[in-house]
Design a protein around this ligand. Structure first.
Ligand SMILES: [Zn+2]
Length: 465
């Protein structure tokens, strides 16, 4: 009796699981910490190791791409079907710093398998999730009888993600033509939980700024002058108070212009997720949920733009009192933005609004830094449907959708390459990203392998029609 295709994939994966884990473990031993200069050689060694490993996997072209910082790895495996769509997989090979004394039970760079878990820095973020693509494409070939993938497959594995991707956009712009793709798949996120597989469909963007407010040329006596000149700390307080209206909405005029609203279907799908607000509050180390009226907590963190005061300062902060009108005050503000908003328009709106808030006699400077665009893939995009079908086959249950409230380099890929971005990750919240005792669940890791074993055939068909 002939096997069903899914059984053939599972059998192939089971047969190769051991050597896959041995290879991954070897990679995890390289402490590729991009933030620490003493590990610069290790990050390079990690790139070289991966390039060699991808060559061994079968990628005909693998290259280490230099940046002004740490190197990235590029690999390409063209399909023998010239009309096949092109997929670019993104991940990163650098890791967060880790030391035994941070609270690890084992050495962070001496991987250990305990039960169904593999413990090591980078096990989930992101080496494990990059690595499932290697066995995945091999299983795809072995079980379809193909000699090349059903899609033109490209991989871009960055070396500076954990350091804020300072050279990533330049790298993508430089290699724009080599990286061109019909769809980008980011494998650097997670799922809702072990029992609720999900695909993330978008991330928020970010605009950051600092406002300095200057009043008197120096701190002055509040008795001699108070009540007769403007106080920059009072102005800072007024601006903070005016940032939101009484319904939790950002009060900057034009802030919401053009945003892509949640569809009824998305809202319904979010509402079906097994979300426990009390438990979430414990994770948030907070004591009440609060935000824009008319939206649930998940909608607020995934799909609504925000304004936050990250820091506020000015005037006397020492012990006792000091009766002054301070000379200056500062505010650090950040705005999470969603699809339909863009950093340049938000910066212009905030600039204009701040000007309208600052009274005569207060000089101000507003400085923006480090903007990231949002990204979003519509639920009915054929590539997204293919990813959730492939994942559903691997997990043997329907896949739900989430978004990510944070911001990342994926937006640069969407922006420079003008391609939709999808997120395929198998990590779960307990994996301990950036924390001691980071781990990956081996069963889920193998589901990641299995998902990609199905995905390339499905994507080739879905994107062709
Ligand atoms: Zn990561």
């Amino acid at each position: 009796m002939s096997q069903s295709p899914d059984n053939a994939v599972r059998q192939y994966i089971a047969e190769h699981r051991q050597s896959f884990l041995e290879d991954l473990t070897a990679w995890l031993r390289i402490p590729s910490v991009s933030a620490q200069p003493e590990h610069a050689d290790d990050v390079r060694r990690s790139a070289d190791w991966l390039a060699a490993q991808l060559k061994e996997t079968g990628f005909p072209a693998t290259e280490v791409w230099e940046t002004k910082g740490a190197p990235a790895v590029f690999a390409e495996w063209p399909s023998d079907d010239p009309d096949a769509p092109t997929v670019l997989v993104y991940g990163h090979h650098d890791v967060q710093p880790a030391a035994r004394e941070d609270g690890w039970d084992t050495e962070p760079f001496e991987p250990e398998i305990k039960g169904n878990r593999l413990y090591a820095r980078g096990a989930a973020d992101d080496k494990g999730q990059v690595f499932f693509h290697t066995l995945g494409v091999q299983a795809h070939l072995a079980t379809t009888g193909r000699t090349t993938p059903a899609v033109h497959l490209k991989l871009l594995i960055e070396g500076e993600e954990e350091s804020g991707s300072p050279h990533f956009r330049t790298l993508v712009e430089k290699h724009r033509d080599r990286l061109a793709a019909d769809v980008v798949i980011v494998s650097d996120t997670g799922m809702w939980s072990e029992t609720t597989p999900t695909v993330c469909t978008g991330m928020r963007g970010l605009v950051e700024c600092e406002l300095s407010l200057c009043g008197p040329d120096q701190d002055i006596h509040s008795g001699s002058f108070g009540g007769a000149v403007p106080n920059p700390a009072t102005v800072a307080g007024r601006i903070v108070a005016a940032l939101h209206d009484g319904h939790g909405k950002v009060a900057v005029p034009g802030f919401y212009d053009g945003i892509i609203e949640l569809t009824d279907r998305e809202r319904a799908l979010f509402a079906e997720l097994p979300f426990d607000e009390q438990e979430w509050l414990r994770t948030a180390k907070s004591y009440a949920a609060q935000g824009e009226e008319g939206f649930s907590t998940l909608e607020r963190i995934w799909a609504r733009p925000t304004a936050e005061v990250n820091g506020i300062g000015g005037g006397y902060q020492g012990p006792g009192g000091k009766t002054i009108i301070p000379s200056a005050a500062t505010l650090k503000l950040s705005f999470r933005i969603v699809a339909g908003q863009n950093p340049a328009r938000i910066e212009a709106a905030v600039t204009q609004w701040v000007e309208s808030q600052v009274p005569a006699g207060i000089r101000h400077t507003l400085t923006f830094s480090g903007a990231t665009r949002p990204c979003l893939t519509p639920l009915d995009h054929p590539a997204l449907e293919a990813v959730s079908r492939a994942m559903g086959r691997a997990f043997e249950q329907p896949v739900r959708y989430t978004r990510e409230g944070g911001s990342g380099p994926a937006a640069d890929l969407q922006d420079v390459l003008a391609s939709p971005v999808l997120f395929l990750g198998i990590s779960v919240p307990s994996d301990g990203w950036h924390a001691p005792n980071e781990k990956v669940e081996l069963d889920l890791l193998m589901k990641g392998v299995e998902t990609t074993a199905y995905l390339w055939t499905d994507l080739a068909e879905s994107l062709r029609t």
